[in-house]
Write a protein that binds this ligand. Structure first.
Ligand code: ATP
Length: 299
């Protein structure tokens, strides 16, 4: 198998919320088998455009330097790289949560904050679910709508519609976070992102705290859902197999300062299921991505 690799400025996309783990008999988020290759593979210009981005915190050295990348609408892009190379920082800059000190990020030609408000709602999913313990599942999920001033009846309607999509029942909706497994809390966190009907989903290691079986299950379900909803996704992970399984493109970052060192196109068709993960072809590809990562880390 040939890995297509380019070297610096490139296209991609991705992200959403949080978690913890459980050995879990989890209800599927979505029936993966029913979701084919339905997402438009937009051949248009980039939705997210990062140009010559640099960032230096006031406290120290340059964290990101000369970062160039593009993410097309509907793409799923994974950011992979050594710990501390700046993956989360880059994700936050792309989402408009922090400002760069050089270069620019645009989403559909606008600054992220403006794009989010006017044209492209986005959601951010963190590793920790950050659910409010005193609120029920339903009240946690509707929180972003409440903060936006959406009428209560509409909030409730949106919550009810989101529950089956992320494998939660009406009975689950009345529970408090403390009575949920880690996987269920993650599902609530995903529902909280989903309820805002985002165009762009930024995910920062959302499955890192889950056990392998549940992690793989959620990889499949979230990937299928992202294709069904045609989300543009930027996904940070340390896990090579996860990146290879979920992404259209894997961006390998180097550190000190953080920059895109490799862009690897993922050659697998959709839908991607457990059978792909168990194939020799997948093992070979993941091995090759791993070698790329190790090479970058040795620089
Ligand atoms: N607010 C901040 N002020 C100063 N330095 C920061 C700040 N946030 C992050 N850093 C530093 O920026 C660097 C990149 O951090 P970042 O969390 O983006 O890396 P990462 O690749 O996501 O790491 P990991 O994979 O371990 O989560 C680190 O050296 C970190 O200490």
């Amino acid at each position: 198998m040939e890995i297509i690799q380019r070297s610096s400025s490139i296209p991609m996309s991705a992200i959403t919320p949080d978690s913890t783990s459980s050995a879990g008999h989890e209800t599927p988020l979505i029936d993966v088998a029913k979701v084919g290759a339905t997402r438009a593979n937009a051949a248009t210009g980039p939705l997210i455009d990062v140009r010559d981005l640099s960032l230096r915190f006031s406290t120290g050295s340059e964290i990101l330097a000369a970062v160039n990348l593009e993410v097309k609408q509907g793409e799923f892009v994974a950011l992979l790289g050594p710990s501390g190379c700046g993956k989360s920082t880059l994700l936050r800059v792309m989402a408009g949560l922090i400002h760069s000190t050089g270069g620019e990020v645009t989403i559909d030609g606008l600054e992220p904050a403006s794009a989010r408000k006017n044209r492209h709602p986005l959601a951010f999913v963190f590793q920790d679910p950050t659910l409010l313990p005193w609120r029920t599942v339903r009240d946690n999920i509707r929180l972003p709508l409440e903060l936006q001033g959406v009428p209560y009846a509409e909030q409730m309607k949106a919550v009810e519609a989101s529950l089956p999509l992320i494998g939660l029942t009406t009975a689950d909706a009345t529970k408090r976070p403390r009575s949920l497994s880690g996987g269920m809390r993650m599902r609530v966190s995903l529902a909280r992102a989903l309820v805002t009907n985002p165009h762009i989903l930024f995910m920062d290691e959302p499955f890192a705290a889950l056990d392998d079986v549940l992690r793989q299950q959620l990889n499949e379900e979230v990937l299928a859902l992202s294709r069904q909803k045609q989300w543009t996704c930027v996904f940070v992970t340390h896990n090579v197999a996860e990146a290879a399984f979920m992404a259209d493109r894997v961006l390998v970052m180097r550190s000190k300062p953080g920059a895109i060192a490799r862009v690897i196109e993922v050659p697998f068709a959709h839908p991607r299921t457990a059978a792909l993960r168990e194939s020799a072809e997948f093992a070979q590809f993941a091995g090759q991505v791993n070698r790329e990562l190790r090479e970058v880390m040795s620089w």
